[in-house]
Design a protein around this ligand. Structure first.
Ligand code: OAD
Length: 259
């Protein structure tokens, strides 16, 4: 592990070595989490802002919570949709969007459901946990298993209704205890075979997303973590840049641009 600079004061050596590795890489994969959107004003899950009306995400983002009280679950998602609808991509999203066009073999795997990477114009995205801007049938009925887009803010009625069967619709996101779409998992595992694997703004505690980090490291990728806090991924990383995502990615991009 290298780079132990205080918050937002990054070692120029670590930044330039990461930038050089990115410039030389044939395949680059980035795994993002809620910290990437923090500077846009989207609350993270496990920070002090993570609680909503004293509920933890783990209590609300489950099939059991939805079966018990769909309205409560939808009120939380509606609150998040309203917050996110006011947010714009920050410098971290912009740099990653730029790299998706510029760097060879680029894949972005995001755990975020906020859509800000897409709004920034990022290509080659794998949405590991779905999208808060999609709905599907919560029953589920046969036709409503396929998600549909709904960006209305506010949503009405709440809970929304499946247009196919009239049952309750649910958010098109992955909940705790639910499997990842096999195609998404396959694309993510394939992307973990890369030259540089960047882990940005995730607490690295939610599986199977977190398992991609040791998978990439075991297959020989140079692993880089960008996060102001230490996580379980820190001990695995070749470089740890202990800074906010917008600051660290901007600094790396400056060096890349100069090269
Ligand atoms: P968390 O809320 O668990 O972690 C956010 C991480 O971002 C923490 O490690 C923070 O230290 C870091 N962070 C905060 N501000 C940052 C900044 N400005 N720049 C960089 N990093 C910053 O969010 P995730 O790891 O994304 O799943 O959570 C993983 C999954 O758990 C989510 O996708 C969601 C959640 O429950 C589902 O909804 C299934």
């Amino acid at each position: 592990m290298e780079g132990s600079a205080p918050l937002d004061v990054l070692s120029p050596d670590a930044v330039s070595r990461v930038a050089n590795a990115l410039a030389r890489a044939g395949r680059v994969t980035v795994l993002t989490g809620a910290g990437v959107s923090a500077a846009s004003g989207v609350p993270t899950f496990r920070g002090p802002d993570g609680l909503w009306r004293a509920h933890r995400p783990e209590q609300l983002a489950t099939p059991e919570a939805f079966a018990r009280d769909p309205r409560l679950v939808w009120e939380w998602y509606e609150w998040r949709r309203q917050r996110i609808a006011r947010c714009r991509p920050n410098r971290a999203h912009e740099v990653l969007a730029h790299w998706s066009r510029r760097l060879a073999g680029f894949t972005l795997i995001t755990q975020n459901v906020d859509g800000l990477h897409e709004l920034a114009g990022t290509g080659h995205i794998v949405r590991f946990h779905g999208s808060i801007w999609e709905l599907r049938c919560g029953v589920p009925c046969a036709r409503g298993r396929f998600p549909w887009r709904n960006e209305s803010v506010p949503l009405s009625p709440l809970p929304p209704i499946c247009p196919h069967c009239g049952g309750h619709a649910r958010p098109g996101v992955v909940w705790f205890g639910e499997p990842i779409d096999p195609n998404v998992l396959e694309a993510s595992v394939a992307a973990a075979r890369c030259d540089v694997f960047l882990v940005v703004g995730t607490s690295a505690v939610v599986y199977p997303a977190a398992a991609l980090i040791p998978l990439a490291a075991d297959q020989g990728a140079l692993t880089v973590e960008i996060n102001p806090e230490a996580t379980p991924a820190s001990a695995l990383a070749d470089f740890v840049l202990p800074a906010a995502a917008d600051v660290a990615l901007h600094q790396i991009d400056l060096v890349l641009g100069a090269g």
